[in-house]
Structure formats: structure tokens, C-alpha cells
Design a protein around this ligand. Structure first.
Ligand code: M6R
Length: 609
């Protein structure tokens, strides 16, 4: 949520900041701004409502060759998206950009008004800026000391970058609960809240930890703890390349990422499963074979699509693993419940970004209770990846589009491999496990085949159904989480109101919705539930449904449109169907003329509650 960039070196900082903000725009895009300082500290601050492109126009008319600056792209929390609320905020000598939330900002504001501070915006950030300015002036202290003292008074989460007009040779940065990375170049230093802004500039990075403050100069960065004691930073290699954050000829990142699934899934599976010799193994879990054998309960925790990935994998795993209970939890709910953790539980913390605030809070609570927590994360070096006891990277590469697609498929695969590992350790029959691993290995090429074969067909159907304002997605068994995920994808990018339901629940309420304003997406697998699913369709048709069926059966299907997917898979067929609904959501959004990669009101990584 929101993006921070900073630069100090000998390049034109405006251009470095602008290109960084363009890369981070998927994180938040309500407004954007930069401030740069001239050699003697004279500031040029430019802010605009809307996308970074608006800011870019402004920069063109106010070009400077300043060599230090900070910038921000915003996803509004306190105060509407507007120029006034855009960052950087300025009070007195201080300019500041901030990700996160200052929870006690009202109290601080009341205090600061006693010292003649008045506020132009509705933001918590402006209050923090004033607090730093107040301490900076009152104590005549260094900027880092003022920031450190101010942060001690703050309750909340932050990633910040701060400049003083009195000292244009440093940027002070700090983090608690909101990511910040420092990139080291030759006589230049970069700051970013997300690694993608650093790609192409440097591959030497320092992932700041909670509670750390840094002073960045051209020569490098010195880190301090909150008490201003010097600490050593560990420099790591950034594993992200320019290719992976470009559209590569696709119209949108979303389509590119849908199409990347065969490849990204292969990266998830690589070296982790083999049918012959039989092997399902995730390195990096930091668990002995004995610990794995002892597991009796798996708790999967995530938000949105990551939560649905846990639900879906649970359906798969229960097909081959007895004696281990499996539950999938919505992180924002779990964190406030008084829940009991059964003994011998392993928690899987699922997150593409590795920064989701609610998921992170659950991780911290479970660790406090002594529960073994394993990450299923995509973003390397992210907070969740660092705080878990062990875990697995899904390795899907950068996922830029706000709607998650390739991460979902790989999260399901990684959790399922964990289930296969447990099954192997607990002595489940080799024949059965081998057949599932064969299927998993075949999944990438099955997805590839389906994408090639059905793209045009789905595009045509999407155009014909794009005028509906409502949609109902239904499925049974492992197709139920797929219905939830399909509906989420559609609503996110097309703004069509969509609901996902277990098909067996139709008569318990949702069938009342059906009328001419709705279309229905029904997933029907050719298995023991075919007849039941067909009955659901017939009941809906009797009420005037406009159903699209996604199925692998050649039997009769009573739907207005039938997308017949030919797949040799059984267990993992739902993941193949899911690719069709990803395409459907994409093409409906395109037909409605939406901003597909940056849908309204959303941000890629939800680092605040
Ligand atoms: O980065 P995370 O996987 O933790 O994100 C969780 C959700 O915010 C995310 O999946 C969200 O629901 C997506 N926009 C769905 O497409």
C-alpha cells in the first residue's frame, strides 16, 4: 500500500524518483509527489492527484538537476485522495513520505497545535512531519535524532523517508511494520518500499528490519536501532530482473501473468516433486522428519486470494491424507478471535507480497504462542519471509497486476506439496501419491494447452456478457474455492458485483437473486458430483438464468454457453478451470474499458489493516 522512493547520488534525482514511482504505482495510485533539494537545500516539491502520469507532466514543467530527493505514490488511508493530502508532506524544515498508519495522530496533533502548528491536510503523515520538525528545532539536534525521538512517541506502523532543507546531503529512513529497502550503488544510494523500484539500479540491497533507522548519504547507509545505537547492516543480492517487471508485449500485466502460469508453476515445482523416485520435498522448512511425522493439524492463514489458495489446497490434501485436520483461516478474522491451537499444529502463512498486515499479525501471534510457522511466500526478503520459522518461496517472479493469478496457482501447488510431504512421512500408499505427483507435474502443460485453446472463445463470451451488472459463481467440492476465487477476480477488475457460492447452497438463499441482470458461472467436473451440479443448472434455468458452464465433461450441460475443457487431470482439474475464469474476468474488464492492472480503490499489497 503506497510506495516510497528516495535517491541520493549524482544523477538527476527527479528522473530516478519518477521511474521508481512508475514501478511502484501498482502499490497505490490515488496521488503522487516528489521533493528534491538543491545544493544548498532549496526544495522543489511537486504533488498531483491521480496517477504518476499526472505528476510526470508537472515535473516536465519544473525540471531540476537536484541530486537528492524522496517520492511517494499514495493509497489513501487518512483523508481523501487529493493534492493536499498527497506526500511528501512539509512542515517547517522537514519533508516526509510515509507508508502505514500513525494510530495516535489525533493526540499528537492536539499537542502540536499548542505549539502553533496548524495543519493543511487530513493526514496522519503531516502530524508526524510536524512532530519531527518540532523536535528538530526545539533540541537543535541532528535529523536522525529528531526522527528517532519522534518515532518513540508514535503508535502505529510506518516506513518513512525524511529530508531536512538544512542538510541536503542525507536522507533519514525508518521502518516498523512497513517495508523499506536500501539499495547501494557506486557513490549513490536508493531507497524503496519495494524491490521492483531498485531493479536496474543496483542488486546490492539491505532489507531494513522493524525498529531500524538509517542515515543514507552518497557513500552508503548507517543503520541505528531506535535508541540511536549503531548497528551493522547485512547486504544481500537482489534476485529480481528487469524482464520480470515488464509487460513483454502483452497489453496488460494481468494477461501476461495469466499466461506465465505454466512457467511460474514449473518454477514452484522445480526440484520439489518427482514421481519416480517418489519424492515430495520442500527445502527450507527447518523441520526434522520426526517433526513432520508428528503434525496433526495444519492451519493455513491468508487474505483474499491467498486465503482461497489455502481452502483449495485443503480440498486436495484431504483426498490423500487421513489423520491430519486442515483448516484455512482469514487472517483479518483470526487475529481478533480467541482461538485455540490444537497440539502438533503447523501454521502455513500464505502471502504473495509477504507484507500483508493482517497475515503478519497472525504470524506474530502464533509465534508468541509457540506454534511452528512456515511461510508460503512469493516476495523474497519480505517481512513474512523473514519472520517465519521456515518456509517455501513459490518463485512465480514479480506479480505486478493487483489481481493475483499466477501466485494463486502456485500457492495451491506449494501447500499441496506440503500435504504430500506429510502423507509420505505418514506412510500413505506410494501408488496413490505417485498418481497425484504425476498430475502435479502435468499441470503446467495442461494449463498451457487450455490457455491456447480457449482464449478466443472466452474473449467472445466475455464481450457478450460484459453488460451484466451481477454474477453468481458456483461450484461443489474443490470447485467451491474456485467459485470464490473466480468471483473475486471478476469483481476486482470488472467492478461487476460477483458472489461465489457452494452450489449446494443455492436453494438456501442465493437462487432468489437470479434474474435478467445476472449471469452465472458454473464449474462442473466430470465426477461423482456431475449429476448434482447439472441439477443446480436446471433449477437456475427454470428461473431465467444466463449460465456459462466451465466443464470437462462431454455429457449434456444445460447452460447458455458451455466451455468444454479437455484435460487428462482429475485431482487438479479445478486449477485448470480457474485459468478460464481468470481469462473471463480479464476480458470482461477489458470490454468494460477498465484500468485492468490498477483497479479502482485497490492496491497490490495491503500493509495496513
Ligand atoms: O500479498 P498477499 O498474498 O498477502 O495478498 C493478499 C490479498 O490482499 C490478495 O490476494 C488480494 O485479495 C488480491 N488482490 C486478489 O486478487
Amino acid at each position: 500500500m503506497c510506495g516510497i522512493v528516495g535517491y541520493i547520488g549524482d544523477k538527476e534525482s527527479q528522473q530516478v524518483l519518477l521511474s521508481g514511482l512508475k514501478r511502484l504505482e501498482y502499490r497505490g495510485y490515488d496521488s503522487a509527489g516528489i521533493v528534491t533539494l538543491g545544493a544548498s537545500g532549496e526544495p522543489t516539491s511537486l504533488r498531483e492527484k491521480g496517477k504518476v502520469a499526472e505528476l510526470e507532466k508537472k515535473i516536465l514543467n519544473h525540471k531540476k538537476d537536484d541530486e537528492v530527493g524522496i517520492g511517494h505514490t499514495r493509497w489513501a488511508t487518512h483523508g481523501a485522495p487529493s493534492k493536499r493530502n498527497a506526500h511528501p508532506h512539509n512542515v517547517g524544515d522537514i519533508y516526509l513520505v510515509h507508508n502505514g498508519i500513525i494510530e495516535n495522530y489525533q493526540d499528537l496533533k492536539t499537542e502540536l497545535t499548542k505549539y502553533d502548528y496548524d495543519f493543511k491536510s487530513e493526514t496522519d503523515t503531516e502530524v508526524l512531519t510536524a512532530l519531527v520538525d518540532y523536535i528538530y528545532k526545539k533540541d537543535g539536534t541532528s535529523l536522525v535524532s529528531a526522527v528517532s525521538q519522534a518515532l518513540k512517541m508514535v503508535v502505529g506502523a510506518y516506513g518513512i523517508a525524511v529530508l531536512s532543507v538544512k542538510n541536503p546531503s542525507e536522507i533519514v529512513v525508518a521502518r516498523k511494520g512497513s517495508p523499506l529497502i536500501v539499495g547501494l550503488g557506486d557513490d549513490e544510494v536508493f531507497v524503496a518500499s519495494d524491490a521492483s523500484a531498485l531493479v536496474g539500479h543496483t542488486d546490492q540491497v539491505i532489507y531494513m528490519r522493524d525498529g531500524e533507522i538509517g542515515v543514507c548519504t552518497r557513500e552508503g547507509v548507517q543503520l541505528y536501532d531506535i535508541e540511536a545505537n549503531e548497528i551493522n547492516a547485512s547486504v544481500e543480492k537482489l534476485e529480481l530482473d528487469l524482464q520480470s517487471i515488464q509487460k513483454k508485449g502483452y497489453d496488460h500485466f494481468l494477461l501476461k501473468e495469466i499466461y506465465e502460469q505454466p512457467e511460474s508453476l514449473n518454477s514452484t515445482l522445480l526440484g520439489r516433486v518427482s514421481a519416480d523416485p517418489l519424492r515430495a520435498r520442500l527445502g527450507g522448512l527447518n523441520m526434522s522428519d520426526n517433526e513432520i511425522r508428528k503434525v496433526e493439524h495444519v492451519m493455513v492463514i491468508g487474505c483474499g486470494t491467498a486465503y482461497y489458495a489455502g481452502l483449495e489446497a485443503g480440498y486436495f490434501i484431504e483426498q490423500f491424507l487421513d489423520g491430519v485436520t486442515f483448516s484455512s483461516q482469514i487472517a483479518s478474522e483470526l487475529r481478533y478471535r480467541s482461538f485455540t491451537v490444537p497440539k502438533n499444529t503447523v501454521a502455513l502463512i500464505v502471502s504473495q507480497s509477504g507484507e500483508t498486515a493482517d497475515t503478519l499479525a497472525c504470524l506474530q501471534e502464533l509465534k508468541r504462542r509457540g506454534v511452528k510457522c512456515l511461510g508460503v511466500v512469493n516476495a523474497v526478503g519480505s517481512t513474512i519471509a523473514r519472520e517465519v520459522d521456515g518456509g517455501v518461496y513459490v518463485h512465480v517472479g514479480a506479480e505486478i497486476s493487483v489481481a493475483s493469478t499466477k501466485a494463486f496457482t502456485s500457492q495451491v501447488a506449494a501447500i499441496t506439496i506440503f500435504g504430500l510431504m506429510l502423507a509420505q512421512a505418514k506412510g500413505v500408499g506410494q501408488m496413490q501419491l505417485r498418481s497425484y505427483i504425476h498430475e502435479l507435474e502435468a499441470l503446467p502443460s495442461e494449463i498451457e494447452k487450455v490457455l491456447k485453446k480457449h482464449d478466443k472463445e472466452v474473449q467472445k463470451i466475455a464481450k457478450a456478457y460484459a453488460h451484466y451488472e451481477h454474477a453468481l459463481y458456483i461450484g461443489r467440492d474443490a470447485l467451491y474455492p474456485i467459485a470464490l476465487e473466480g468471483a473475486l477476480k471478476l469483481k476486482e477488475v470488472s467492478y461487476v458485483h460477483a458472489e461465489g457460492y457452494a452450489a449446494g447452497e443455492l436453494k438456501h438463499g442465493p437462487i432468489a437473486l437470479i434474474d435478467d441482470r445476472f449471469f452465472e458461472v458454473c464449474y462442473i467436473q466430470d465426477n461423482w458430483l456431475y449429476e448434482k451440479s447439472q441439477s443446480n443448472l436446471i433449477e437456475m434455468n427454470a428461473r431465467g438464468a444466463h449460465a456459462i458452464a466451465i466443464t470437462n465433461t462431454s455429457k449434456r450441460i444445460a447452460a447458455e454457453k458451455v466451455i468444454r475443457v479437455n484435460t487428462k487431470l482429475e485431482l487438479f482439474t479445478p486449477l485448470v478451470f480457474n485459468v478460464i475464469s481468470q481469462l473471463l474476468a480479464y476480458y470482461v474488464a477489458v470490454a468494460r474499458g477498465n484500468d485492468v492492472d490498477q483497479p479502482r480503490n485497490l492496491a497490490k499489497s495491503v500493509t495496513v489493516e
